[in-house]
Design a binder for this molecule. Structure first.
Ligand SMILES: Cc1cc2nc3c(=O)[nH]c(=O)nc-3n(C[C@H](O)[C@H](O)[C@H](O)COP(=O)(O)O)c2cc1C
Length: 210
């Protein structure tokens, strides 16, 4: 069934929001960090994460060299330095002094002390589609966070205050209101109308435009 009110807006990746991460690798023995939004979870156990990087970035050489990298979650107050890491390349500017670097079990994956959450990864696969990006898949060997960012041993999003990214319009955002508990609020769902006809709830834009 066609939807006449829907306009085709192009085959583009409209995922909202995207994470803003800082990915680290040692290049020639020196830590280098770049901003990465193309970061995703591959699987939970063993935990694996993917980063899609433009093949000419300086960081890629370090990931290949050591077979290790890190994914660091910067906090709201780090938005300027994070953006800077996404503007300048380690090929031209030494970014190693921007942060206090620490190392974990892998010993070659540099991590950022100032970031509330850090994941050190061992490279397990590189996907190459022959395009501009190559995708590095890493097994997370260990994660790190200071006690002040945790709730029951897990990073608390309200304490971490991650930077959210909106691609195509190039904007950073922070988290908003809590909506409910996952795998829980759905139990209260009653069809919101006629269950046979699917979900007919009013969207936020309809409500806001009133
Ligand atoms: C918000 C933001 C997100 C970015 N996401 C990615 C990404 O997912 N993949 C990528 O290859 N480059 C991404 N970039 C661009 C790189 O961070 C940028 O080209 C960086 O200077 C490369 O650094 P390097 O050459 O030192 O590795 C992003 C930049 C910004 C500002």
């Amino acid at each position: 069934m066609a939807a006449p009110d829907k306009k085709a807006i192009g085959a583009r990746a409209f995922l909202y929001p995207m994470p803003t991460t800082l990915v680290g690798a040692n290049v020639g023995g020196r830590p280098n960090y770049l901003a990465v939004a193309f970061c995703g979870i591959v699987q939970a156990k063993p935990a694996m994460i993917s980063v899609a990087l433009g093949r000419n970035h300086h960081t890629n050489a370090g990931i290949r060299e050591n077979g290790t990298f890190s994914v660091n979650i910067p906090s709201r107050h780090m938005v300027e330095v994070t953006d800077y890491c996404g503007i300048v390349s380690g090929k031209k500017v030494d970014k190693s002094g921007l942060f206090e670097t620490f190392y974990g079990k892998l010993e070659t994956a540099p991590m950022i002390r100032e970031c509330p959450v850090n994941m050190e990864c061992k490279l397990v696969k590189t996907l190459d589609f022959g395009s501009t990006n190559e995708v590095f898949i890493g097994e997370i060997i260990e994660s790190y966070a200071e006690e002040k960012y945790l709730c029951n041993g897990t990073p608390d999003i309200e304490k971490v205050v991650p930077i959210l990214f909106s691609m195509y319009d190039n904007n950073y955002w922070e988290i908003g209101r809590h909506l409910g508990r996952a795998w829980c609020v759905g139990k209260k769902f009653n069809g919101n109308g006629n269950p046979e006809n699917g979900y007919m709830g009013k969207s936020d834009s309809e409500t806001l435009n009133k």
